[in-house]
Design a protein around this ligand. Structure first.
Ligand code: F6P
Length: 319
């Protein structure tokens, strides 16, 4: 293998740049040529490919977003789109690809591997929803962004004795909401992985105010329902007034935390080693603080069983 490539795909995540840097520098260290594919799989289909040098990835380790830019390609999901992508890889002499992204991006990596170009996945998404790794690049930074916001909301909630509903991202996963809720001391956390009962939420709110609590923070993962819907339910069912705060894409931006930079560097470098070993259809990740690799599966999804325990703990501590 002489030439490999790297792309970022799907929703961007802080630390993607650090991973791109690690891939490029490790590849050059291993005496590969390395190309950057811009705008994800869509850019690949369109031939947006450029050779990168050591200096191409200078001064990016601390930057949010991705210098390679990202996209969610509808065309790549079709056999015709993938055929075009394959032709571009052949045209540019690319023999292996590091795909930095989330589960959708990994499925694309698996498809390309099946077509004969080995691809290795590097998990990067604020959702932390990739089976096979305890942590994805970007989760830690996004979590800290959410905590920072919750702390600020708590200041004003306390001053005005209000109940706030904070909606956080995560798609179908509740990791961001759960970790932020536990770290931010939220009174109630709603995540898609755990059933919720409206009467129980109301009872918690009433018990809290009965014991003299002056304010309350409810974290709702976007995969459960929009904050506005929950606000309507609480008003309708118990005449409880709430304020809502939808954090939105602010969670995807910002300079990556030290932890995200470190795991991005480790994951990126290991991905290159795997390509060097001729491996494809695999991804790197972290389990019990060690760097691991695992097969990419077609039915990738979030199955972290520690969520139930954390959820119970958050309830016990936020009484
Ligand atoms: O997967 C990352 C993520 O930010 C999800 O949490 C969210 O549901 C989605 O992407 C939003 O996607 P977009 O930026 O395309 O609207």
């Amino acid at each position: 293998m002489n030439r490999i490539a790297v792309l970022t795909s799907g929703g961007d995540a802080p630390g993607m740049n650090a991973a791109v840097r690690a891939v490029v520098r490790k590849a050059i260290f291993e005496e590969f040529e390395v190309a950057g594919i811009f705008n994800g799989y869509q850019g690949l289909i369109e031939g947006k490919v450029e050779l990168l040098q050591l200096g191409s990835v200078g001064d990016i380790i601390q930057r949010g977003g991705t210098m390679l830019r990202s996209a969610r390609s509808v065309e790549f999901r079709t056999p015709e789109g993938r055929e075009k992508a394959l032709q571009q890889l052949e045209l540019h002499g690319i023999e292996g690809v590091v795909v930095i992204g989330g589960d959708g991006s990994f499925r694309g990596a698996l498809e390309l591997t099946k077509l004969g170009i080995p691809c290795v996945g590097v998990p990067a998404t604020i959702d932390n929803d990739i089976q096979g790794t305890d942590f994805t690049i970007g989760f830690d930074t996004a979590l800290n962004t959410v905590i920072d916001s919750i702390d600020k909301i708590r200041d004003t909630a306390s001053s005005h004795e209000r109940t706030f509903i904070v909606e956080v991202m995560g798609r179908d996963a509740g990791d961001l909401a759960l970790w932020a809720g536990l770290a931010g001391g939220a009174e109630t956390i709603l995540i898609p992985e755990e059933k919720y009962e409206v009467p129980a939420i109301i009872e918690r709110l009433k018990n809290g105010s009965g014991r003299g609590k002056k304010h309350s923070i409810i974290i709702v993962a976007e995969g459960v329902m929009p904050a506005s819907e929950l606000a309507d339910i609480l008003k309708r069912e118990a005449n409880i007034d709430t304020h809502i705060s939808v954090l939105g894409h602010i969670q995807r931006g910002g300079s990556p935390s030290a932890r995200d930079r470190v795991i991005a560097s480790q994951f990126g470098a290991r991905a290159v080693e795997l390509l060097k070993e001729g491996r494809g259809g695999v991804a790197v990740g972290m389990k019990n603080n060690g760097i691991v690799e695992y097969d990419i599966k077609d039915d990738e999804g979030s199955t972290n069983d520690w969520k139930a325990e954390m959820y119970t703990l958050s309830k016990e501590l936020s009484i």
